[in-house]
Design a protein around this ligand. Structure first.
Ligand code: C5P
Length: 317
């Protein structure tokens, strides 16, 4: 007699940058109304995940940083409850995406679990239901169900795909500086006026009409975060001086990315940065939605039937 089947997969959970980010005002629910353009990039965590059906749920997460209350574990619990099944989930996360840098690493890990577990468990979860669970886990989580380039409005969890643009070469610099997101929102909130809202909406809209990631892109958090950490403003200037077409902070910081027209320009700029002390620099490329989805199909191909989105399990009952 054979026991319950243990199914496993190796997932790549990509990081994101914000090609544009405007904060309009505080909402009655305490969150802020945003207009943003998300973009997946090549930097990624690796998640080895296994599911074994059973009478009781047990969720085990191991990661190289020892993160307390890992969002991936919460995602696993939530999606198992939604599927009304129990079992053992084993996860081993190799974290390469720096934390507290505005790169959405924890959110991406959580979304990866929401996409993969139904496939491994042989169940179907509707996309609207997945989106609701993702939003419950965090404002950035729903974007990682979509990938590529997308406009985020509301909390940043209401998403509309933008066409993928040819990927220029990029750099990402993560200085050894920690920025608290709630604190950055509080400081920014105190400066917001209703007059500036209207300008921001039109200015953001024109950025999206151009496809995002252009010279006039902006991140509202820079004004408050650069005030506290002037080294980030200096870094941005150096990247522009080194030939970047865009250099901007991502999310509420502290990561700063730069886009270049060619790989050679990006390589020269990287050399010109010299020593970053506690910081780290990465060569990155922008990952299109097409590529994002093909990475997913490849990761789950043993367990999926056809190229549908979200991925469907071949063990569907
Ligand atoms: O949704 P998430 O857990 O990522 O949000 C972290 C914190 O960032 C929230 O507690 C809130 O202070 C702030 N936030 C916000 N408005 C948003 C997203 C996040 O005020 N749209």
């Amino acid at each position: 007699m054979s026991g319950p089947v243990r199914r496993r997969a190796r997932l790549r959970a990509l990081a994101k940058i914000n090609l544009d980010l405007r904060v309009l005002g505080k909402r009655p629910d305490g969150f802020h109304e945003l207009r943003t353009i998300f973009q997946t990039i090549s930097l990624a965590d690796t998640i080895d995940i296994a599911f074994t059906p059973g009478g009781k749920t047990a969720i085990e997460v191991e990661d190289n940083l020892g993160i307390p209350d890992n969002l991936a574990a919460r995602a696993a619990r939530l999606v198992l409850a939604a599927m009304r099944i129990a079992g053992r989930v084993e996860m081993r996360i190799d974290k390469r995406i720096p934390m507290g840098a505005g790169l959405g690493g924890g959110s991406s890990d959580a979304a990866a679990v929401l996409l993969a577990l139904p496939v491994l468990a042989g169940r179907e979860v509707d996309l609207p239901e997945l989106c609701a669970m993702a939003e419950q886990l965090g404002s950035d989580v729903p974007f990682f169900l979509l990938g590529g380039r997308a406009v985020g409005i509301g909390r940043g969890s209401e998403l509309f795909p933008l066409p993928d643009e040819p990927a220029p070469a990029g750099l990402l610099v993560v200085p050894g500086v920690h920025v608290s997101t709630p604190e950055a929102y509080r400081r920014l909130s105190a400066r917001l006026t209703s007059e500036s809202q209207q300008n921001k909406i039109f200015s953001f809209q024109s950025q999206t009409w151009r496809g995002g990631g252009r010279e006039r892109a902006c991140n509202d958090f820079e004004a408050v975060v650069f005030q506290q950490h002037s080294e980030l403003a200096v870094l941005k200037k150096r990247l522009i001086g080194a030939g970047a077409s865009v250099a901007m902070m991502t999310g509420s910081g502290s990561g700063v990315f730069a886009l270049f027209r060619t790989r050679e320009e990006a390589a020269l700029a990287l050399d010109s940065l010299g020593s970053l002390g506690k910081g780290k620099a990465y060569r990155i490329s922008l990952v299109s939605r097409r590529r994002y989805r093909s990475l997913w199909w490849r990761a789950l191909k043993e367990h999926t039937t056809e190229a549908t989105w979200p991925p469907q399990s071949r063990y569907l009952r």
